[in-house]
Write a protein of this length. Structure first.
Length: 289
């Protein structure tokens, strides 16, 4: 089962969260028929959104990460509820680039670096809270680290990874965020930096040993305590009622133009690709509502 685990260490000066999201990212890959490169880009962004969304305090809020670096993959979008359940899409899911010289998927080349990573928090108020930062690499993890440090003023380290097998299925996916609280001393910072530098590849740990082993490597030689663990999944909140509301919002004149064509209208959800069909008679009812 996919999950988010949170822990504290060093008398509360370190907070860390790990997400194990193989099934979630595999579901996203299947829904959108993603190439390996697109699956990695979308999967990393979904994991990032899950970690940040689960950290929100509001019960019915949501968090959206949008990455657009001007690359051939287009925008990558992931949305999380406050329980860490996510949904998302990528504009060009079939894009596939050659592997990098080190044999890894070229997510940075697909996303590009000429753009922004934007985080929008909907807290149930009239306007969402929006923060953004310029992309550093397009590899997502480095960009999220820059966002947390620059926009939220929280010293952070982040790693995100998706391992895609030869059959294109997702073998492992997940990530972690480790953050330092005010007052953390330089020796603690140096220790964490050394541990992260020396740790095994994230997807290897997740694939072979599981999420709990990530804590053991990142927080090596530090006493830590698991404070929470919860399941997450790929979860879309679309419904026929929500689609009806969206159609009404375009106005009677536009609905009338749709009716005049005399054909049923198909509306597809960006997040789960479910198709909702509306006949001309149903459109007439929406126009009058």
């Amino acid at each position: 089962m996919d999950k988010i685990i949170r822990a504290t260490a060093a008398d509360g000066f370190v907070k860390m969260a790990v997400v194990d999201a193989r099934d979630t990212v595999e579901r996203a890959r299947l829904i959108h028929a993603c190439s390996p490169t697109a699956a990695a880009a979308l999967g990393r962004t979904l994991c990032a959104a899950s970690l940040l969304g689960d950290a929100m305090k509001e019960e019915k809020g949501s968090l959206t990460i949008r990455v657009n670096g001007g690359g051939p993959i287009g925008s990558v979008v992931a949305v999380s509820d406050t329980e860490g359940n996510v949904r998302g899409y990528v504009e060009n899911p079939q894009l596939q680039l050659p592997l990098r010289s080190d044999g890894k998927l070229d997510v940075g080349g697909a996303v590009g670096r000429d753009g922004m990573l934007t985080v929008s928090r909907d807290l149930g108020l009239k306007e969402p809270y929006i923060g953004s930062t310029a992309l550093v690499s397009g590899e997502i993890a480095e960009d999220l680290t820059a966002y947390l440090t620059e926009s939220e003023q929280v010293p952070s380290a982040c790693a995100l990874g998706v391992l895609v097998g030869g059959d294109r299925s997702v073998r492992a996916a997940g990530g972690f965020i480790v953050q330092l609280m005010p007052g953390a001393d330089e020796a603690l910072i140096a220790k964490l930096e050394d541990n992260i530098f020396l740790m095994d590849q994230l997807t290897t740990i997740l694939n072979e040993d599981g999420a709990e082993a990530v804590f053991a490597q990142v927080l090596r030689d530090l006493e830590y305590h698991i404070v929470s663990e919860k399941g997450i999944e790929y979860r879309c909140y679309c419904s026929r009622e929500r689609v009806e509301e969206a159609i009404r919002s375009i106005g009677p004149e536009e609905i009338e133009n749709m009716i005049a064509e005399g054909k049923s209208v198909d509306v597809s959800c960006q997040f789960c690709d479910k198709v909702y069909v509306f006949t001309p008679d149903e459109l007439k009812e929406l126009r009058q509502a």
